[in-house]
Write a protein of this length. Structure first.
Length: 298
């Protein structure tokens, strides 16, 4: 993202300016200046929403995430802005409010990001993967209608806290009939330094505890672990193997279920058709003779 030097057109009221004194009035004046500066910072930060660029006076390094960026934004407006500015994985929309949940650190890259929507929420993974030609779903697709959810998503967090990263994975992406596998990656967050620790978790909807809770597999990358203990002499490499067996078995189960439902539906249709045919054959058809008014039974 490029930086710009243009500042918002609004300027502080001239009534704020003046010399300080040791009176109560001076305290009120300083308080007013502070409030005005906060309002100006908010406008500088909203510049990201409006243009897709960071304003040099926004002081994003002093922001605590998640940060409320905009309010009163519809989901359609949110989708348009994220697509327009290619802001994937940095913002989050919920109940007409847009929040900043992550910053671009230059340490992550994005591939296959997609905007998803559900009842009252919308999120984008850092990356998502789905087999070509995956059939549409009857309802509750990732677009809120019929588009199938991806099989695998990747979420990367740098400034975002670990528990929020995991909460998004467990309580959004891996809910029933959504994503099958998810990889969560947390980079060691130390401002102005290169991360030396990276932890990844591989989630699969089939890997659960006896109580039914998700049981992700954790991988440690780097030269030291999260407690600072050395784990590799040289930078390490880990391979996360995602078995397609569970995907195939799940697909077979769904196909079998659909075939059984289709057979049952055909039986019901045939029964209804036979019932209608029987109802169109009365035991006696009565013909009224208009001339003699006699009733004849055929």
């Amino acid at each position: 993202m490029s930086s710009v030097t243009t500042s918002p057109s609004e300027t502080p009221p001239s009534s704020i300016a003046g010399s300080a004194s040791l009176t109560d009035t001076s305290v009120l004046t300083v308080s007013t200046v502070s409030a005005q500066e906060t309002e100006e910072q908010k406008k500088y930060r909203q510049y990201w929403w409006k243009t897709g660029n960071f304003h040099p006076k926004a002081n994003w390094n002093k922001v605590t995430l998640p940060y409320e960026l905009m309010t009163g934004v519809t989901l359609d407006e949110y989708i348009i802005q994220t697509d327009k500015h290619n802001v994937k994985g940095f913002w989050e929309w919920e109940n007409n409010t847009v929040r900043v949940i992550e910053f671009s650190s230059g340490l992550t890259r994005f591939c296959g990001a997609m905007t998803t929507r559900t009842h009252g929420g919308g999120k984008e993974p850092n990356a998502s993967f789905r087999p070509f030609g995956k059939p549409q779903v009857p309802r509750d697709g990732y677009d809120g209608m019929h588009m199938p959810w991806p099989n695998l998503i990747v979420e990367v967090a740098y400034a975002q806290e670990e528990y929020k990263l995991k909460d998004k994975i467990e309580n959004y992406w891996l809910l029933p009939d959504r994503v099958h596998d998810a990889i969560a990656i947390k980079l060691d967050y130390i401002p102005n330094t290169v991360p030396t620790v990276m932890t990844a978790w591989h989630y699969c909807v089939n890997n659960r505890t006896d109580a039914g809770a998700l049981a992700p597999v954790m991988y440690e990358f780097g030269t030291i672990d999260r407690q600072g203990n050395q784990i590799n002499i040289l930078p390490g490499q880990c391979v996360i193997n995602i078995s397609m067996t569970s995907e195939v078995e799940l697909l077979k189960q769904r196909v079998t279920t659909l075939e059984a439902e289709n057979t049952k539906l055909k039986q019901i249709i045939e029964e209804i058709a036979n019932l209608r045919i029987e109802n169109t054959k009365p035991n006696q058809i009565i013909k009224q003779n208009r001339i003699t008014n006699n009733v004849q039974f055929l």
